[in-house]
Write a protein that binds this ligand. Structure first.
Ligand code: F6P
Length: 319
């Protein structure tokens, strides 16, 4: 029998969220379900901002950045009383399953709803790649492309001026965007979680770079240190004119790359397959070449992928 399935996006938007919405709605309709969207994430859910949608609603959005159903940061949703209010809204609207697309905060919200008795499924939609239950998250590859493009532009100008570019990259508390970008661009230095170079070692490395190059790229993970201060210290210690750059939220924008669209489509369709089999209370992701589901609670206990070998590669390429 057809079910009533609702979708929301929550937390920071990620390129590919629309592709996921499109796949879920199309596959859901194909399987005879009634499909709904919730605007503005958990905030909209609590306010009952729910709308039934058809194929027309998702037409032409697979390649669009952002999220057409909008998103929100809503820390109040950590409160179980607010979660119970949301469950009541789901019941009033006769929603059988809620699919949430987002990152760590979204998964905590879904876990709260699951604990209150609601049927939920989570899809990893975040540029940060910080979800242990999926090898890759929707949006990560697009953001990586955006960052690499920005770093190449900064290289052009810093080598023309004999400058050192000290660039802060997003990722919340996960270093993946920084590590991948540093490798892809052969950055001379990488400063990130689990790989914090002592100041003197960093300065010595930059001094050596200065002897043979007219530019130096230092990639730094956000939430780690003040890059203005770091740039000042580099300039003082090495004599290399250093300019701090925060790439900021432009890293979240732009049309999703084909890889993210495909990932979103696979995980979106898989979530409906699971609902058809009566499965909920899980988060979906990729493991190698396969899609896989993990219990939402168990997912929080898994460690993230160890990147030690990546640090070694970044180190060799930057020399
Ligand atoms: O989770 C995605 C992300 O872009 C993080 O990389 C970053 O730390 C955070 O969101 C910023 O969020 P906001 O735009 O709400 O300040």
């Amino acid at each position: 029998m057809g079910k009533r399935i609702a979708i929301l996006t929550s937390g920071g938007d990620a390129p590919g969220m629309n592709a996921a919405i499109s796949a879920i709605v199309r596959k859901g309709l194909d399987c005879g379900h009634e499909m709904f969207v919730v605007y503005d994430g958990f905030l909209g859910l609590v306010n009952g901002d729910i709308k039934q949608v058809d194929r027309k609603f998702v037409s032409g959005i697979i390649n669009k950045g952002g999220t057409v159903i909008r998103t929100a940061r809503y820390p109040e949703f950590a409160d179980v009383r607010v979660q119970k209010k949301a469950v009541k809204v789901l019941e009033e609207n006769k929603i059988d399953v809620l699919i949430g697309i987002g990152g760590d905060g979204t998964y905590h919200g879904l876990l709260g709803l699951h604990n209150c008795g609601a049927k939920v499924i989570g899809l990893p939609g975040t540029i940060d790649n910080d979800i242990a239950t999926s090898d890759e998250t929707i949006g990560f590859n697009t953001a990586l492309n955006t960052i690499c493009d920005a770093l190449e532009k900064l290289k052009d100008t810093s080598s023309s001026h004999c400058r050192c570019a000290v660039v802060e990259v997003m990722g919340r508390y996960c270093a993946d965007l920084s590590i991948y970008a540093a490798i892809a661009e052969s950055a001379e230095c990488l400063v990130c979680y689990d790989h914090i170079m002592p100041d003197e070692e960093l300065f010595e490395r930059i001094r050596k770079v200065k002897e043979r190059k007219s530019h130096c790229l230092v990639v730094v993970s956000e939430n780690l240190l003040d890059i203005n201060e770091l740039a000042n210290k580099i300039e003082e210690a090495t004599g290399f004119e250093a300019k701090p750059e925060v790439l900021g939220r432009l890293q979240r924008g732009g049309d999703p790359c084909p890889q993210d669209r495909i990932l979103a489509a696979r995980l979106g369709c898989y979530s409906i397959d699971l609902i058809n089999q009566g499965v909920s209370g899980v988060v979906v992701g990729t493991k190698g070449t396969e899609v896989a589901a993990t219990g939402i609670k168990e997912g929080f206990e898994l460690p993230r992928t160890d990147r030690t070998s990546y640090f070694e590669i970044a180190d060799v390429l930057g020399k």
